[in-house]
Design a protein around this ligand. Structure first.
Ligand code: 2AM
Length: 179
């Protein structure tokens, strides 16, 4: 089985800004720089034949390139913070691409998560007791001015996740250009 997701890679300068942001926040375990990405669709565990079908469907997908800006910082999980992320400025072309990817993956036999698409770049995943909630909230509030970009999004990728002891390891399986 292949643990798969579809994501946008980030340009190096944006990655560097995110690393800087990570260090301005009280995060015990940060997502390593090479793992920073924006998920379009999480496909979960799929078989190799389904991965092959998804690949063909994504290769046939047509969508325009667009510009994206990362903006703001957020916490998922409310009082029981699960993760901290950089936000994404509203961009209809991104939502459009995510919808097309989800439809393509579904038609190809995968079962992408049906959660509402809330674009973000995860900066850290937290365990209970990891962070002092008040300190974290205050730090996140103080960094709301964070912005990176706009940068051009000219491709998206099918990725494989290998779950590790402490960190997952991601490998890009294929990359698809946007028009
Ligand atoms: P996250 O950044 O919000 O944690 C690879 O695991 C990518 O797929 C991550 O970016 C992760 O999002 C996303 N993803 C979405 N739903 C997931 C799930 N149920 N389990 C693991 N990863 C998920």
């Amino acid at each position: 089985m292949i643990r798969a997701f579809v994501a946008l890679d980030l340009p190096e300068p944006v990655r560097q800004r995110l690393v800087l942001l990570q260090h301005l926040l009280p995060l015990p375990r940060r997502v390593p720089p090479e793992n920073l990405h924006l998920t379009l669709a999480f496909l979960g565990e799929i078989t190799e034949p389904v991965a092959e079908e998804v690949h063909h469907a994504l290769a046939a997908l047509r969508a325009p390139a667009f510009a994206l800006t990362l903006r703001g910082v957020g916490i998922f999980g409310g009082g029981r913070a699960r993760s901290v992320h950089a936000g994404v400025a509203a961009e209809p072309a991104l939502a459009h691409l995510a919808r097309k990817v989800e439809t393509a993956a579904r038609r190809a036999g995968a079962a992408p998560e049906a959660r509402r698409f809330v674009p973000h770049v995860t900066l850290a995943r937290l365990k209970p007791g990891d962070a002092d909630p008040q300190r974290l909230e205050a730090a996140v509030a103080a960094e709301q001015g964070f912005a990176a970009g706009p940068f051009a999004v000219t491709a998206f990728a099918l990725c494989r996740s290998f779950l590790g002891e402490s960190q997952a390891h991601y490998r890009e399986l294929a990359r698809y250009p946007l028009a």
